[in-house]
Design a binder for this molecule. Sequence first.
Ligand code: NAI
Length: 506
Amino acid sequence: MQTQYNTVGVAGAGAMGRGIAQIAAQAGSTVRLYDSQPEAVARAIQELGAQWDRLREKGRMDADAVAACKERLRPAASLQELADCGLVVEAIVERLDVKRALFAQLEEIVAVDAVLATNTSSLSVTAIAAGLKTPQRFAGYHFFNPVPLMKVVEVIAGLKTDPAVCEGLTAYARQLGHTPVQAGDTPGFIVNHAGRGYNTEALRIVGEGVADFATIDRILRDQVGFRLGPFELMDLTGLDVSHPVMESIYGQYYQEPRYRPSVIAAQRVAGGVIGRKSGEGFYRYPDGKQQVPAEPPVPAVDELPPVWVSTRASRRSELLQLLKDLGAKIETGQSPSAQALTIVAPLGFDVTTVAVVERLDPARTVGIDFLIEDAAVKRRVLATNPATRRDMRDAAHALFARDGKAVSVIRDSAGFVTQRVLATIVNIAADMCQQRVCTPKDLETAVTLGLGYPLGPLAMGDRWGPTNVLEVLFNMQTVYGDPRYRPSPWLRRRGAIGLSLLHVEE
Ligand code: NAI
């Protein structure tokens, strides 16, 4: 089997180095695995052997292929033994000084045309290469954990990297069965940068007391189709990992407000309440099983009041049709009667502001998030304002739950939950395109493969309307006066023609 690099060195035999060694051996390269702890190499080789045996037992690999992989994976007792490697991928401890020292040594050992690559997830590729005699042959090669299953790899050019080096790594990624994407040498590269919106905005919503963790998770799963809610995801990754990433990207972008981390996460890290691995995170895990707080029941309401819908409601005709289908008595006057439950459906504004601006009685006003069409969501989200009467809140909850669809009632928040999280994700992605971190196409590919989102962020923007996303952001910026909601110029420009028109070059 001919590969781009016939002999590949892997430095670091931890979780990542092991995975990289596995797919490189499977692709047909001879792999020399080195670690400063020789027992780590021995352990990795033993575990990979056992893994290949399991694949054979399951019929995914035949006996010859397994034997060949085992033969190709070889321990290296010293760095010197990587001398004949055409490529060395480093996956050692995430420290700039240690990585630099390793590459300074390697540079003296390998051939002049050998390629050197780092799997760093948070350091600058340019900074690691800075001390080298030939930084031209150095690039980032960022895999995700677990490497064999996460089929995307970011190829990162430092300031001095020769484009031919990235081309070689790109071709080799395909031979490894992975999808390569090109990322600029910027904090978080593509996936970790694009992933900022989901967790940080969700933490902000909790920080404002709008809803609890479990409710936010339910809303984002049921309205948008995320496989895991942001708090379940943070519990799975562990805040000890995800919070430093948030801090690092925020710091590296010189306190750009879009990436601002959360004090809630910082406090939980300090207290050791970091997720599944510590037995408690946002959820509790007695015996390893997630404990989910029960949902509040649908209130029993004997008689529902008539309903009046704001003339400025988002998707108003659809909302009226839904209310009709739910059997509501709909008022059609210019303004609500004295008994009417008043429904508003703002984009990016809070219910209180809308009640004041539209001169509605706040005691009878309830908001619904109608950014996404009702047929596409498994849950409806209502928001009260501080003056909403209990009977009106209960009536709205009971009415919108009449057909059996789940309903969450949250406190007043500009942008509810879904609008603000989606708008934040789309806006960060748009800004990455503006900064040319990567092409729009690679952004979509990297995020769907690397983060498992139901759609790429740009396709999400198109799916729910770029002008709606812009409206949410403009209005949130007005309500909060916070530059984190400032729409990216790229979003403003592309909003009119579609965000995911991948063939449109600027
Ligand atoms: P790990 O802690 O599982 O393994 C690191 C290995 O490197 C250890 O076996 C250690 O003995 C060895 N090592 C440390 N210093 C060394 C040196 N000077 N020379 C040779 N070997 C040395 O770490 P993990 O998770 O595999 O991460 C490795 C790299 O991959 C880091 O740069 C990390 O940021 C990056 N990365 C990690 C991901 C993850 O999810 N774990 C995802 C993507 C990148």
